[in-house]
Ligand binder design. Structure first.
Ligand code: GAR
Length: 198
């Protein structure tokens, strides 16, 4: 199945870039159709410009009403006929209008083995700091379907990553991020091939 991908990303967008690269080198059949960021200065928007992908800055500074922002996000995705929404380091919650329109068609990546180290306030480097503090021997990557419960939607792929004794949050983050890039691409490929059914 050919997928039309819509990305939401807040910061660097390296996961998004890994997926775009996989589309360009034909590892994936999918097409990156739109990039939405809540951060006008994000790496994700810079990457969209470079790749000639339509992009939108949509945030509380462009839409003061939460409901209007939610509808604007939904409409930006619909305008490009997106049929799979990829959260790639998106640090905001999606609203009910977007979730209803793309029911079971929104994926998120989380840099730990959910349900551990997930939920409100657990994102980015904070996740890795918590894993190191708890002296875990393993962490990993989780890809799940997004529903209205934060970090709690059905898990569709999970890959373990070792934690070493001398790891800092930063060295662990780097090791996990490399696996994130591979895992996101592999997961989308399985959705294309209908080996994972959403
Ligand atoms: C990634 O590690 C992703 O798993 C994490 O933010 C980073 C974004 O990196 N997401 C979360 O913590 C979501 N709760 P990127 O912008 O380079 O793709």
């Amino acid at each position: 199945m050919e997928l039309r991908l819509g990305f939401l990303a807040s910061h660097n967008g390296s996961n998004m870039q890994a997926i775009i690269d996989a589309c360009k080198n034909k590892t994936l059949k999918s097409k990156p159709c739109v990039v939405i960021s809540n951060n006008s200065k994000s790496g994700a928007i810079e990457r969209a410009k470079k790749e000639n992908i339509p992009y939108y800055h949509l945030s509380s500074s462009t839409h003061s009403s939460e409901e209007e922002l939610d509808k604007a996000i939904r409409d930006a995705l619909k305008s490009q006929n997106v049929n799979l929404v990829i959260l790639a380091g998106y640090m905001k919650r999606l609203g009910p209008h977007t979730l209803k329109e793309f029911n079971n068609r929104v994926l998120n990546i989380h840099p730990a083995l959910l349900p551990k180290y997930g939920g409100e306030g657990m994102y980015g480097i904070l996740v890795h700091e918590a894993v190191i503090k708890a002296k875990e021997k393993k962490s990993g990557v989780t890809i799940h379907i997004v529903n209205s419960e934060y970090d709690r939607g059905p898990v569709i792929n999970q890959v373990e990553v070792p934690v070493y004794e001398n790891d800092s949050a930063e060295t662990l983050a780097q090791r996990v991020l490399t696996v994130e890039h591979q895992t996101y691409v592999e997961t989308i490929k399985k959705i294309e091939e209908e080996k994972i059914k959403l």
